[in-house]
Design a protein. Structure first.
Lengths: 287, 363, 261
């Protein structure tokens, strides 16, 4: 009896430590989400929010091509960014982990992620200046004679992708590097002892072993990129809209919180679907 | 272990440093709060220039907190999502003042304290500003949304016709200012319609032209993006531009020019008023009076975000000849005669226009 | 063959570093521009735009606001995160997996959605938007981070020390405060500092949840929208320098010891 009571007291005491964080998360994460779900089922009509339940906001979203296209643009851009960023970051992380002498690795890594700490808003603006018609890139290309007329770079999807890739190459280099370092060199040594060449060692040993970590990084990239408003807004020149831009238009220009909520929930659903699609690898990592 | 001690010492110093930083930040804010009062103003970005605001702050020992927005829809969104009493002063497009009066968010102004007689007559706009015999807002600044262009790269004869904004001749070299009201207004003017008489029935034709414009446009941008594009040579024509884009750049980019095409152009104007639920109406009125004074008007006309004509003619006594030249002070009678006002749609039509605009962006 | 591979590797590294540094270099270079347009040709160096930044009270106010929000929200996140990690690591609690999942859930939700949810809730409940609401939002996004970092560092090693302390008669709160917390200080601080940098640079939540008092990224956003100007470059360079200093402090104080070991 006493033992049971003691165990219960222990449990209560432990729970008391977790409770503040749980309450905080419930009050400022779960509750707002509930508000948002409710809001997405109301309508904004003639400047008023009509509090009667309806699915019209969702019907609107899926019924209007220019909204759906926003989702398509978001997916296309985000997937492109994720793939390119991984392809750029992996070799860099690998070279730092394998080719750079041990004592310089940390410095090399710090150097690779230093621009990470420029202001996020300013970074996109800086790319705008770099990619402008009269900007540094075009001037350099013209001076070298690689092109005859300035390239159209700013205010395009390419610009948005470049801005994103810049950020995520840094992020992914960090995560992939950490992954490579966790690998015991014994695996590679064992494979070499068994007669495998460097290419085969990489393809059959290192790559599969680091894949889960890469997937986690890629998923993070996907989540962060698909929800971002600033980069496409500054660099895309409004030539096409991604979903966060449409959501911000609904909030900012029309005060249409119901339809913004519905779109936000669609966005969340997409991320969740992608999470389940990658769950196999993501869970592997945790094990 | 000695290494360890050093590190923990360092850590303690670090924690201390963080605490000091926090205290400094708090101190900075406290020092700010020391200024007796503060005034909250919801404004277009031209009011954020310290050169405009600081003289008022010093004269009245107050702090002016500014929240800037672009477009009346945005302003109403912000107000709707605010608590009553949040704001004191409201700068709003002149044409939209009736909507604000309808919504009951403005307080009446004491006419005897306003320099209404000194305004350009076209800017008195009693039909917007006066209701039930009371004045609810007063014009402070105006200009034009027409066509800005690069004189070295565009034939000036071409931009005299509004049709240039959807013609193929400058495909890929045109930027569109991202504000649906003036651009829809310009399209309407180009189609020979009157902006004040637009109805739902005019929208299909306007929509078609907008889509055509989107095809030949390089980008659709807010103030800075369109200004950047024009100044960096990204584009040579800015639809919706005017003196507010080019006047401030006159020194660096003299080749940037603007015109009212033969069909005319749009005149925009900003009005200033006081929020009905402001708790500092006296101070707010002082701010309004300052902005309308010749000195305030001259500073507002040449503020860093965008230059444009002051509504008060007496600002001419304060502006320099160069500034007046950049603002085209002497051409105003001719311009005023040829410009129409923004469309002023009701909520329903406004929503339809915004739909078309979003569709156009997604083309 | 080997040399060729090394040469290729070097070339690749240089190319990627060039890509990573290109915008920063352009940003900083043209902050010293003399004329009004931050595009080539460079006609500086001039410090006039830095003078403009430090003379702009709105910017310095926003900087102070940002610091305050970042420090307070991160401290709260670190505290709540530590308590929760302690409770979950040291006690057998029912549904502990669910609790952990709930605490880390905000990590996989876009900031835009978190901000929108809070915006709706606060406006329905009539809570005026201010720095406080921004701080609440930032605590929501940083709490999972602090929790996860601290929780991952709670190992058997500390547990043994705690048990020893308890055997010597220490009370529960003494164990936590005097034994566990100091041992976990590096993890707690790492979470705190990471949170500070995130909050310091966070835009969309601050944009949606602030009103007349804004944080630095929101102020910079307004600045960007108010015209092309080397002042934007100058303020960007200043923020970069500040964040860099913070990271340097982090590196020197927290990670050096780990490397030495």
């Amino acid at each position: 009896m006493a033992a049971v009571r003691a165990a219960r007291r222990q449990r209560l005491r432990g729970f008391a430590f977790v409770l503040p964080a749980l309450l905080w998360t419930a009050a400022f994460f779960l509750l707002p989400f509930a508000f948002m779900v409710a809001m997405s089922l109301w309508r904004r009509v003639g400047g008023r929010i009509l509090e009667s339940w309806t699915l019209e906001n969702y019907a609107d979203f899926f019924g209007r091509p220019h909204f759906l296209e926003g989702l398509a643009n978001s997916l296309e851009i985000t997937l492109t960014v994720t793939v390119i960023s991984v392809l750029f970051a992996y070799p860099l992380a690998w070279i730092i982990a394998e080719k750079v002498p041990e004592r310089w690795q940390r410095a090399a890594l710090m150097l690779a992620v230093l621009p990470f700490w420029t202001s996020y808003v300013v970074r996109s603006y800086a790319w705008l200046l770099v990619l402008a018609h009269d900007g540094v890139v075009n001037r350099a290309l013209l001076a070298v004679g690689l092109v005859e007329a300035p390239l159209v770079l700013a205010s395009t999807r390419t610009a948005t992708v470049i801005g994103f890739v810049h950020f995520f190459v840094m992020l992914l280099t960090l995560t992939i590097y950490a992954n490579l370092r966790q690998l015991s060199p014994n695996y590679a040594r064992a494979a070499a002892d068994l007669g495998a060449g460097p290419v085969r060692i990489f393809l059959h040993v290192i790559l599969p072993l680091t894949l889960p970590g890469v997937m986690v990084g890629a998923f993070l990239t996907f989540v962060l990129a698909i929800g971002d408003y600033v980069t496409p807004q500054i660099l895309g020149g409004n030539n096409e809209l991604v979903l966060p831009q449409i959501i911000m238009l609904q909030i900012g220009r029309r005060a249409d919180l119901p339809s913004a909520s519905a779109m936000a929930i669609v966005l969340m659903a997409v991320v969740t679907l992608v999470y389940f699609a990658c769950a196999r690898w993501l869970r592997l990592e945790r094990a | 272990m000695p290494g360890n001690t050093r590190v923990s010492l360092g850590r303690r110093a670090f924690l201390g440093g963080m605490a000091a930083a926090g205290a400094a930040a708090a101190g900075l804010r406290a020092g700010r709060a020391r200024a007796a009062e503060s005034l909250n103003a919801l404004v277009w970005c031209d009011h954020t220039d310290p050169a405009l605001i600081r003289p008022f702050e010093e004269a009245f020992d107050v702090r002016v907190n500014l929240k800037e927005y672009e477009g009346t829809g945005t302003a109403f969104s912000i107000i709707e999502q605010s608590a009553p009493g949040d704001g004191d002063v409201f700068v709003i497009d002149g044409i939209d003042v009736p909507r604000a009066v309808d919504a009951g968010i403005l307080a009446p102004l004491p006419e005897e304290e306003l320099p209404t007689a000194d305004l350009f007559p076209e800017l008195v706009m009693a039909e917007s500003h006066v209701r039930d015999g009371r004045t609810w807002a007063i014009s402070e600044k105006f200009g034009y949304n027409t066509i800005s262009y690069n004189r070295e790269k565009v034939d000036p004869a071409d931009v005299m016709d509004m049709a240039v904004i959807w013609s193929e001749k400058y495909a890929g070299r045109i930027a569109i200012y991202d504000y649906y009201l003036p651009i829809i207004g310009l399209v309407a003017i180009g189609l020979g319609k009157k902006t004040s008489e637009l109805t739902e029935a005019d929208l299909p034709a306007i929509r078609e032209k907008l889509f055509q414009m989107k095809k030949v446009a390089k980008l659709v941008g807010d103030v800075v993006a369109s200004q950047t594009a024009l100044a960096t040579g990204e584009v040579d024509i800015l639809v919706g531009g005017g003196e507010w884009v080019t006047a401030g750049l006159a020194a660096e980019k003299p080749e940037l020019d603007w015109v009212l095409p033969k069909q005319g152009g749009l005149r925009w104007s900003q009005s200033i008023g006081i929020f009905a639920d402001s708790t500092r109406k006296d101070l707010a009125l002082e701010f309004v009076k300052y902005i309308l004074s010749p000195e305030g008007q001259a500073r507002l006309a040449t503020s860093s975000c965008y230059w444009a004509m002051p509504a008060n003619r007496r600002a001419g006594e304060v502006l320099t000849p160069q500034q007046k030249a950049a603002l085209r002070w002497d051409d105003q009678p001719a311009y005023l005669a040829r410009a129409q006002l923004y469309p002023a749609p009701d909520a329903e039509l406004d929503a339809r226009m915004q739909d078309i605009w979003t569709e156009m962006l997604q083309q | 063959m080997r040399r060729l591979a090394d040469g290729l590797a070097l070339g690749y590294v240089v190319a990627v570093y060039a890509f990573i540094y290109l915008p920063v270099a352009v940003l900083v270079l043209f902050s010293f521009q003399e004329s009004r347009l931050p595009i080539p040709p460079f006609d500086g160096p001039s410090l006039r735009w830095y003078a403009a930044v430090f003379a702009d009270r709105r910017l310095t106010d926003a900087l102070a606001n940002s610091l305050l929000v970042a420090l307070l929200s991160s401290a709260l996140a670190a505290l709540l995160g530590f308590l929760a990690a302690y409770g979950l690591a040291r006690y057998r609690l029912p549904a502990s997996g669910l609790q952990r999942a709930l605490l880390t859930a905000p990590l996989s939700v876009s900031y835009l959605i978190i901000g929108l949810g809070l915006l709706i809730m606060f406006s329905r409940l009539g809570v005026p938007r201010s720095l406080l609401t921004v701080g609440i939002g930032h605590t929501v996004i940083n709490l999972p981070l602090c929790f996860a970092i601290t929780y991952s560092q709670m190992g058997a090693h500390q547990e043994n020390v705690e048990r020893a302390a308890r055997d010597l008669g220490a009370r529960e709160w003494q164990v936590m405060l005097l034994v566990t917390a100091p041992m976990l200080l590096p993890a707690i601080l790492a979470g705190f500092l990471l949170s500070v940098t995130f909050s310091w640079d966070e835009f969309i939540i601050a944009f949606l949840l602030s009103r007349f008092d804004v944080t630095l990224p929101v102020e910079i956003w307004s600045l960007l929208r108010s015209g092309l100007n080397p002042r934007n470059n100058a303020v960007g360079s200043v923020v970069f320098l500040f964040s860099f200093a913070l990271v340097l402090v982090m590196e020197l104080l927290l990670f050096r010891r780990g490397r030495r070991r």
